[in-house]
Ligand binder design. Structure first.
Ligand SMILES: [Zn+2]
Length: 209
């Protein structure tokens, strides 16, 4: 598999294109960032993730001020700065409007049914932050607050934001959440899913792989 040194513009471009090509960032939606020694490399406002080139990635400081680049940083920059501020172990963030995942945000349902062992083990739960105006500081604050003990957070009537140690890790988590959501929808058509029971969930959580 081809991917690039973590925390570089090439890394951001590579995972942006994969997000778009997987249908996880339709049109101009979504934004993506990595933590670097100099600040945060983040996609510029109005960028289609599939068409991104190096000029579409700007450097901001941890207060959201532009340090390098000729474009405006993503309007959701505060969501990224607030999460990096709260969690030293997070080095990469992706915000996505993936339709299957966003459907849960639109009905106001957190993603938490213990339906698939892989999900129980790797993700466990995607909590739901309340609706706030997109790009507002309040949205950033309320969403970041749920990152205290989770790496993925839904935003009511909006989408999802995910953080991790690298863009590769965040991408795989998002892909796995998307697969859960698709499975969930298909299961409803077939008559409704059955959850794992408490004992089964406990056994999965105690697995040491
Ligand atoms: Zn958004």
């Amino acid at each position: 598999m081809e991917y690039f040194e973590k925390g570089t513009k090439q890394d951001v471009i590579y995972w942006s294109k994969r997000l778009y090509q997987k249908g996880m960032s339709p049109a101009l939606s979504g934004n993506i960032s990595v933590r670097t020694d100099k600040g945060i490399l983040i996609s510029a406002s109005g960028t289609c993730l599939n068409d991104m080139n190096e000029d579409d990635i700007v450097l901001i400081d941890f207060d959201g001020n532009l340090i390098e680049g000729n474009k405006k940083p993503s309007s959701e920059k505060f969501m990224h700065t607030q999460i990096y501020d709260l969690r030293d172990d997070i080095h990469a963030i992706i915000h996505s409007h993936c339709p299957y995942i966003t459907a849960f945000a639109c009905v106001g349902k957190e993603i938490a049914e213990p339906m698939l062992p892989e999900f129980v083990f790797n993700i466990d739960k995607v909590p739901l932050a309340p609706y706030n105006l997109p790009s507002s500081m309040q949205l950033a604050i309320d969403t970041a607050a749920l990152f205290k003990d989770k790496d993925n957070v839904l935003m009511q009537n909006h989408g999802i934001v995910s953080g991790g140690s690298s863009l590769q890790q965040v991408f795989y988590n998002l892909e796995s959440i998307r697969a859960y959501c698709e499975t969930y929808f298909a299961a409803q058509v077939l008559g409704g899913h059955k959850n794992l029971n408490k004992k089964q969930v406990k056994e999965i959580k105690n697995l040491k792989l």
